[in-house]
Design a protein around this ligand. Sequence first.
Ligand code: ZN
Length: 248
Amino acid sequence: MRYLLLSDVHSNIEALDACLEVAQGKHDQAVCLGDLVGYGPNPNEVIEKVRGLTQVIIRGNHDKACCGLDDASEFNPFARLATQWTREALTPEHIEYLRSLPTGPKMMESFILVHGSPVDEDEYILGPGQALPLLRGPETQIVCYGHTHYQGGFMLTPTGRFQSVRFPSKPDGLTLTLPLENSARYLINPGSVGQPRDGDRRAAFAILDMDKAQVEYYRVQYDLATTQAKMKQAGLPEPLYRRLELGR
Ligand code: ZN
């Protein structure tokens, strides 16, 4: 099986469409690691599209806040404003849909899906401090996570060495193929489709190929100007559409 890993789409339909076009024919099943909505201008369109694509979706912190299951008090002021805007933009059906999304971890064939981390859906796995205890823990060999909007991940090699996934060069399309060793353990982040924060403005996704035992990381250009224009038109805070062009 080849799994298309999508995370942190954040209501950005242009970025989602660009990723799906490149991913077409390269996967057997799509899965989503949460944060369908929040920040961007097209929450309803993104929910419709992802829902039509897969039933394997776990919720993210923004999904939780935008459907009223969380009061967004932990969010910064701009994220809170976008949450309020999204609540008003969502159809009642889509609010219900977000409320019904399951919490991770979700067990798959031989890996697990989480939004933040296996122990806390809101935890950020940013470096060895969070990654090492998880890699040494009893969980499945491969954990796919999102939430940080950083493409890459971490591994513990068969000799017990900790490594982060590095990208030597980043042309458009397939940027890195990571072979999965049987005796190593992995935390895999496909990156954010709709709001990358790793210094690369291009939309991010990954394909987990269990037959070839490898992860393929992708970066894709999308029509950023259209997304920004829609956000401006909608009255969403300027820093939120500026950050899309910075990738931060
Ligand atoms: Zn997110």
